[in-house]
Design a protein around this ligand. Structure first.
Ligand code: DGY
Length: 320
C-alpha cells in the first residue's frame, strides 16, 4: 500500500524531509501558493496532512477538497490563516509552534523600543549625512529606564517581553481578556483596564492574536487615548491595527512613532506612507526570524505533523 500524501509548503530542511519521507509521500507546494491552484483535485483528495506557513489560507472550501485531511501543521504560533471551526467540524487537527519563538519576538520588541526611544534612525542619518560634522551634537533623547511599557495581551510572548522590560527597570502594565494572577503575583506586570493601559503606556506593545474581536481593535479612538509621546509596537498581526488610522496619528503627531514587524498587506508596498516616516521602524515580519528559532519551529511543526498522522498526541495543538 502506498504511503499517505502530505503537502509541504514550508521551508523544511533535508534531514526533516527524510524523516517525513520514511512514512509519507511529500507533495511540494511553493510557500504561499494556493493549494487549489498548485494541485489538481485528484491529488488534493489524497492529502492526509499539511505543513505550511501562515501564507497558506485554509478555509472550509479547500478543506472540503481534501476529504482525507487529518492534520494542518502550521509553521507559526499564529493560526489566523486557518478556519479552526471548519477544521473542528471535519475532525482535522490544527497544530502550531508556541513557546520556541517567544524570546526571538521579545528581542525584536526590545530592539524597536530602543531604536524608537533613542531616536536611532535619525541618529544614524545624522552621522552619515554629515549633519553631526556641520551642526554638532544632535538633540537629546529620553531614558528607557523608568518608562511604562503597556502590554496588550499577556500570553507567553507578552510574559517574556515583561521579563525583559524588568531588566531595563521599566514599569510594566498589561491588559488581557482574563487577568493573569500568576504574572501579577510574580511581580511581572500590573493589570489595567484597556483605556488606562492606552493612556499610561510610553510604549504600547501588542501581543494578541488576530481574531474577529481583535481586527482593527487599535483604531482612531484608541490612538487618540495614547500619549503624544508614546510609541506603538506591533509584532502580532498587522490587521489588529487600523493602519490608515495609524498613518494619520503618526502624521498628526497624536503618537510619537511606531515599530511594525507586521502590516495589513505583506510585503508592505514601497509606496506605503509608512515607508517614508522617520519615526517608524519597519521589519519584514521577522519576529521569529533567527536561524535557531526557525529551526526549532520547523522541528516542532514536523513533529506535530508526523505525530498526528501516526496516532500520537502532537506536542502543540490548537484544537479540539
Ligand atoms: C508566527 O509564528 O505567528 C509568526 O508571526 C510567523 O507568522
Amino acid at each position: 500500500m502506498s504511503h499517505p500524501y502530505v503537502i509541504v509548503s514550508a521551508p523544511v530542511p533535508e534531514d526533516l524531509r527524510t524523516s517525513i519521507e520514511a512514512n509519507f509521500n511529500i507533495v511540494d507546494v511553493p510557500v504561499g501558493k494556493r493549494l487549489e491552484d498548485a494541485l489538481d483535485s485528484d491529488r488534493l483528495q489524497e492529502i492526509a496532512g499539511i505543513v505550511c506557513t501562515v501564507r497558506t489560507k485554509l478555509d472550509e472550501g479547500v478543506m472540503a477538497s481534501m476529504p482525507k485531511l487529518r492534520v494542518i501543521s502550521n509553521f507559526a504560533v499564529g493560526f489566523d490563516n486557518v478556519d479552526v471551526a471548519a477544521a473542528n467540524a471535519r475532525n482535522i487537527l490544527v497544530c502550531n509552534t508556541p513557546r520556541v519563538l517567544d524570546s526571538a519576538v521579545a528581542d525584536l520588541v526590545f530592539g524597536m523600543i530602543i531604536i524608537l526611544g533613542r531616536d536611532m534612525l535619525n541618529g544614524d542619518t545624522y552621522v552619515r549625512d554629515g549633519t553631526w560634522a556641520s551642526k554638532g551634537a544632535p538633540a537629546l533623547t529620553r531614558d528607557i529606564r523608568g518608562k511604562t511599557l503597556g502590554l496588550l495581551g499577556m500570553g507567553r510572548i507578552g510574559r517574556v517581553v515583561a521579563k525583559t522590560a524588568k531588566a531595563f527597570d521599566m514599569n510594566v502594565i498589561y491588559h488581557n481578556r482574563n487577568r493573569c494572577s500568576d504574572a501579577e503575583s510574580e511581580g511581572l506586570a500590573e493589570y489595567r483596564d484597556r483605556e488606562a493601559l492606552l493612556a499610561e503606556a510610553d510604549f504600547l506593545s501588542i501581543h494578541v492574536p488576530l481574531t474577529d474581536a481583535t481586527r482593527n481593535s487599535i483604531g482612531e479612538r484608541e490612538l487618540k487615548i495614547m500619549k503624544s509621546s508614546a510609541y506603538l509596537i506591533n509584532t502580532s498581526r498587522g490587521a489588529v491595527v487600523d493602519e490608515q488610522a495609524l498613518v494619520e496619528a503618526l502624521k498628526s503627531g497624536e503618537i510619537a512613532g511606531a515599530g511594525l514587524d507586521v502590516m495589513v498587506k505583506e510585503p508592505l508596498p514601497a509606496e506605503s506612507p509608512l515607508c517614508s516616516m522617520r519615526n517608524v521602524v519597519l521589519q519584514a515580519h521577522v519576529g521569529s526570524g533567527t536561524v535557531e528559532t526557525r529551526r526549532a519551529m520547523i522541528d516542532l511543526a514536523t513533529r506535530n505533523l508526523i505525530d498526528a498522522l501516526t496516532n500520537k498526541q502532537p506536542e502543540a495543538m490548537v484544537n479540539p
